[in-house]
Design a protein around this ligand. Structure first.
Ligand code: NDP
Length: 330
């Protein structure tokens, strides 16, 4: 008889959805040319949406959520991977349209996998996870724009969350003066430990929007969108840049063209799901080089798989600090 493993399965019901911890075998998995024994996954904002049904991120029912995972290849028909290889996966609709990481075993396309970067353990790769990978993509976007450490302060919104914590830590390590924006001012000591020089309350970026406000920041990484991003844009220096990756404050963008046409501000959209492999490998290599592993430890909590339903609720309410690594099978 085929060996069974535990997985979380979300299924649609007449009045919402159910989240169940079930026993599956490899016969239940979806198509793919690499089978991975999953050791770790994480909790991202999007996973919270999938676990709670708060927004329609699940595109196929039933679904195993978990948009990222790390583990060891068990079987492979893909030329780049062999049994025993440690691997990482983020994105490609895993956990949304293809069974994801909240499962003891995952079967995926080898084209979606990245070899575990040298110098990282599987749990550390998931402490970074999609959130940290996205933060790195944001930093790379600002670097390509030419933002330098001595240009001035760099703002990070949603700083106590997953993307934000990693962005603060990366930018500080790279020598930028980081201003962290948070709705949780009691997290100030945590954010300063990560390297923020200054912590400001989220409501600084609310109220009546002036198309152009005082030039305060050379650049920003924004996870919030909505009115928060509009306020960020109006305070960016001449020729500065913003990397926008999230919508924690909303999908809309109630701004004007003033920052773009009168200050030459650039707005870069950052997308982590379909990033081509060479850029993925570049980002992971930069994470190994630039993200201090002691700070990674400080921003990470390890939880058993059975905590997922409750943590899914908490992350959509903005109540999770930093990164959460899920021990699969625990
Ligand atoms: P988290 O929940 O860990 O962090 C989000 C943070 O945003 C919260 O911790 C909070 O930080 C802040 N926040 C919450 N509500 C609001 C609000 N109403 N206004 C302003 N800030 C708010 O999520 P992640 O870090 O995993 O993801 C952050 C965002 O980035 C999400 O929108 C997610 O969907 C998006 N994302 C996008 C990716 C892409 O490919 N483009 C990839 C990964 C994430 P604080 O308490 O410090 O204010």
């Amino acid at each position: 008889m085929a060996e069974s493993f535990k997985a979380y399965l979300v299924s649609k019901t007449d009045d919402g959805q159910n989240v169940d911890l079930v026993d599956l075998t490899e016969d239940d998995l979806m198509e793919g040319d690499v089978t991975v024994r999953v050791s770790h996954s994480t909790l991202n904002y999007k996973d919270g949406l999938a676990l709670t049904g708060t927004a329609p991120v699940v595109r196929r029912w039933p679904m195993i959520p978990g948009i990222d995972f790390s583990g060891i290849v068990e079987k492979s028909e893909h030329p780049e991977f062999n049994p025993g290889d440690p691997v990482v996966l983020t994105g490609f609709g895993v956990g949304e349209g293809h069974y994801g990481g909240y499962s003891g075993v995952a079967r995926v396309s080898g084209d979606w996998l990245v070899p575990l970067p040298k110098g990282l353990r599987a749990d550390q790769a998931m402490a970074i996870g999609t959130a940290g990978f996205t933060a790195m993509l944001c930093v790379l976007a600002l670097e390509r724009h030419g933002v330098a450490a001595d240009d001035g302060d760099v703002l990070v919104t949603g700083a106590a969350g997953g993307v934000g914590s990693t962005a603060v830590s990366l930018l500080a390590q790279l020598g930028y003066r980081v201003v962290a924006v948070t709705g949780r001012m009691d997290e100030t000591p945590y954010l300063k430990d990560l390297g923020a020089q200054e912590v400001i309350p989220r409501d600084t970026l609310s109220g009546k929007l002036r198309p152009l406000a005082k030039e305060q920041w050379s650049a920003a990484i924004d996870v919030a969108g909505g009115a928060v991003l509009a306020h960020v844009l109006s305070g960016i220096h001449y020729n500065g840049a913003v990397a926008a990756c999230g919508l924690a404050a909303g999908m809309d963008l109630p701004t004007s063209v003033a920052p773009f046409i009168l200050r030459g501000v650039a707005l870069y959209g950052v997308e982590s799901v379909m990033v081509p492999k060479p850029r993925r490998i570049e980002a992971w290599n930069r994470l190994v080089r630039d993200l201090p592993l002691d700070r990674l430890g400080a921003m990470t909590r390890m939880v058993p798989m059975t905590d997922l339903p409750e943590l899914g609720q908490r992350i959509v309410q903005g109540g999770v600090r930093g990164r959460t690594v899920v021990e699969i099978g625990a």
